[in-house]
Design a protein around this ligand. Structure first.
Ligand SMILES: [Zn+2]
Length: 571
C-alpha cells in the first residue's frame, strides 16, 4: 500500500529550499546560542516563504558552552584539546600525574559500566588517559573512582566535540549532584600517543578547561499540520538544529530534510487522517537534549494522549552514505520501517534497538520511535577509507569536527532520505490501521526474560513474568487475528495499539517513572530485570541486593504485562 504514498510524495517533493538551507547553514554557526537562534529563524523563514504556519517557542534552557582547553606539559608545551560540554570548567588548571588506562582503551566504550570496574582504581588521584571519545558513562566512572581529570584520546587526527553529562535535558534539583565534577578533554591520536608514552614514566600535566554554563533563551520552531478529518492524533517528526559550529552533515542536512518533508506534507494536508508535527530542537549538543526534553515536558499530556509515533531525523544526506542495512526502531515498528525502506530504496533493512541518545526523548512517556539516523556508509567503505566508527554524519569522520562542511552533504542522498522520512510520516498519517505489531515486542520480551532466567539459574524464579507474558501473547494473537478479519474496526484497533505503547515502551526502555527523563546512559532491554546478567559474577553476600532488585523489577514487569493484556479484548 505504500506504493501510493511514495508516488504522491514524489509528485510534490521539492528539494529547492532544502538545498538552499544546507548551503546557508554551511555558513551559519549554530553552536553559540545567539547564532543558533538565527539558524532557527532561517528555518522559520523558509517555512513561512512556502506559506506554512510555524510557531517559534522560546524556552530558557540550561546549556554548557565549551570554550578553550589545553593539556600543558611540564616543559610548558601546550597540546591542543577540546572540552566536552558539561565538563568542569577549570581555567586555572588542575595538575596531576598521568595514568594510562590500558585495559579501558580502544574504541568507544558505550556500554561499559566503569563505575563498578575495579580495574579503574588506579585512576584515583590522577589524570586518567583513555582511548576513544569522551563519553559520559566513562568519565562518570573515572570520577566515581576518584580520578581528578580525564583525557580521551580520539582515534584520528581531528578532535571531536562531545558531551559528558549523564543528565537528560535540563536537570532537576536532584540531578545536580550528577553534573561532572572533574575536568576532562579530548585530544587527537598523535598527542594522545605522546601522553600515553609519558604516562609510563609517571609524567605530570596540567589540564585547563573553560566553559560557560547557564540559562539561554533558544528558539524552537514547530509546524503543526492538522489532520483533514479533525483527528487530534499526530505523528511527530523531529531533529536538532543546533550543531557543533556550522555542522552541515550533523545536522544541517537533517534540518533541510525536515523542511522538504514539511513542504510535501503541507501540500498533501487534505489527505491526512492524522496530524503531523515537525519540531526542530535547540540544545542537543550543549544542552544534552534540553530542547526536546522541554517539549516533552511542556506538551506531555498532549503527547501522551495523541502522539502515535516519533521519528528522529539526524545526519541524513551525507556523502557516501548509501546503506540502509540497519535502521534503529522499536521492535513493533520494524516491519513498517522495512516496508518503507524497501519501497523507497529497494534495500532490505534490519531494525536495531535505538540507543539512548539523539533526542530519543519520548520513551518515558511511552511513544513508539522510528529511525534515529537513516543512510549510513557501509562497513566495507568505512574500512576501505580507514575510518573509525562515529555517531553521525552518515559515518563520515568529519562528525563533530570543523570538517563537517558543505563537502559532507550529498544532495542525491538527501533527496532519497527526504523521500524516506516523508513516506514514513505520510504512511503513518494516512494508514487506517497503525502498522505496529506488538506481537514482535512481546516476543522480544520473552527472549529477555529467558536470558535473565539463564543467568540466575535456579536461584530466582522468572515464571511469574513468563506466565503474565503467555497471557499477553495469547491476547495479542487474538487481537491481531480479529483486526485482520475485520472484526475490530481499524480506528478502534489503532487506539489500542497506541495505548499499548504507553505501557510496553517504558518497561522496555527506561528505569524511571513516566514524565521524567532517564539518564543519558544506555539501557538494556527490560531494564528492571536486566541486571540478572550480573548474578554469576556476584559474591554470595552481595546477591541478596540483586535478588531484592529483581523482585521489584519483576513486579514492575508483571504489572505492565497485566495492564497491557487488560487493554485487549477478552478472548
Ligand atoms: Zn546529530
Amino acid at each position: 500500500m505504500l506504493e501510493t504514498q511514495i508516488r504522491e510524495i514524489r509528485d510534490v517533493l521539492d528539494m529547492a529550499s532544502a538545498t538552499a538551507l544546507v548551503h546557508a547553514f554551511a555558513k551559519q554557526d549554530r553552536e553559540i546560542p545567539a547564532e543558533a537562534n538565527r539558524g532557527a529563524e532561517m528555518i522559520a523563514e523558509a517555512l513561512r516563504a512556502k506559506g506554512i504556519p510555524v510557531t517559534v517557542h522560546q524556552p530558557e534552557i540550561f546549556l554548557s558552552l565549551p570554550g578553550p582547553a589545553s593539556v600543558v606539559l611540564s616543559d610548558g608545551t601546550q597540546l591542543r584539546a577540546k572540552p566536552p560540554a558539561f565538563t568542569l570548567s577549570c581555567p586555572q588548571g588542575i595538575e596531576g600525574e598521568l595514568v594510562y588506562m590500558a585495559e579501558a582503551g580502544g574504541g568507544t566504550p558505550l556500554d561499559r559500566n566503569p563505575a563498578s570496574a575495579s580495574s579503574l582504581e588506579c585512576a584515583r588521584g590522577k589524570i586518567a588517559v583513555i582511548e576513544g571519545f569522551a563519553l559520559p558513562n566513562f568519565i562518570a566512572g573515572l570520577e566515581a573512582v576518584g580520578a581528578i581529570g580525564a583525557i580521551a584520546v580520539n582515534p584520528g587526527v581531528d578532535i571531536h566535540n562531545g558531551t559528558v553529562s549523564t543528565i537528560w535535558g535540563t536537570p532537576e534539583l536532584s540531578d545536580l549532584s550528577r553534573l561532572p565534577k572533574i575536568p576532562s578533554v579530548a585530544v587527537n591520536r598523535i598527542d594522545g600517543d605522546t601522553l600515553i608514552a609519558m604516562a609510563a614514566n609517571g609524567a605530570r600535566v596540567t589540564l585547563k578547561t573553560e566553559l560557560e554554563t547557564g540559562w539561554f533563551p533558544q528558539n524552537l520552531p514547530v509546524v503543526e499540520i492538522p489532520a483533514a478529518n479533525g483527528n487530534p492524533d499526530f505523528v511527530l517528526l523531529h531533529g536538532h538544529y543546533d550543531s557543533w559550529g556550522e555542522g552541515v552533515g550533523d545536522n544541517g542536512t537533517g534540518n533541510a530534510c525536515m523542511l522538504a518533508v514539511a513542504e510535501a506534507l503541507w501540500a498533501l494536508r487534505g489527505k491526512l487522517q492524522r496530524g503531523v508535527r515537525l519540531a526542530w530542537w535547540p540544545g542537543h549538543s550543549t544542552g544534552r537534549y534540553a530542547g526536546s526534553a522541554w517539549f516533552a515536558d511542556t506538551f506531555a499530556r498532549d503527547l501522551d494522549k495523541h502522539c502515535v509515533a516519533h521519528i528522529n531525523c539526524d545526519s541524513p544526506g551525507c556523502r557516501w552514505a548509501v546503506s540502509y542495512e540497519t535502521v534503529q526502531c522499536l521492535a513493533e515498528a520494524e516491519p513498517y520501517v522495512q516496508r518503507v525502506v524497501e519501497t523507497v530504496t529497494g534495500q532490505q533493512a534490519k531494525g536495531i534497538r535505538p540507543q539512548r541518545n539523539s533526542d530519543y526523548t519520548f520513551s518515558n512517556i511511552g511513544v513508539t520511535g522510528l529511525f534515529n539516523s537513516s543512510s549510513m556508509m557501509t562497513a566495507e567503505d568505512r574500512a576501505a577509507r580507514g575510518y573509525y566508527v562515529v555517531g553521525g554524519c552518515g559515518g563520515n569522520i568529519a562528525w563533530h569536527t570543523e570538517n563537517d562542511t558543505i563537502e559532507v552533504a550529498d544532495f542525491d542522498i538527501l533527496r532519497t532520505d527526504a523521500e524516506l522520512y516523508a513516506t514514513t510520516v505520510y504512511g503513518l498519517a494516512t494508514a487506517e490501521l497503525l502498522p505496529f505489531d506488538w506481537r514482535l515486542t512481546a516476543a522480544e520480551f520473552r527472549v529477555s526474560i529467558l536470558k535473565a532466567q539463564t543467568s540466575v539459574g535456579g536461584d530466582f524464579d522468572f515464571n511469574p513474568s513468563l506466565e503474565a507474558l503467555d497471557i499477553l501473547q495469547r491476547a495479542l494473537d487474538a487481537f491481531y487475528t480479529s483486526v485482520e478479519a475485520g472484526r475490530i474496526a481499524p480506528a478502534e484497533a489503532s487506539k489500542t495499539i497506541q495505548a499499548l505503547a504507553r505501557i510496553m515502551v517504558p518497561v522496555n526502555f527506561v528505569r524511571g517513572p513516566r514524565f521524567t527523563h532517564d539518564p543519558a546512559l544506555n539501557t538494556p532491554p527490560l531494564p528492571g530485570i536486566a541486571d540478572a546478567s550480573l548474578w554469576p559474577d556476584l559474591a554470595e553476600n552481595v546477591r541478596g541486593f540483586l535478588r531484592a532488585q529483581l523482585m521489584r523489577g519483576q513486579n514492575r514487569l508483571v504489572d505492565a504485562l497485566e495492564n497491557a493484556a487488560a487493554l485487549l479484548p477478552k478472548s
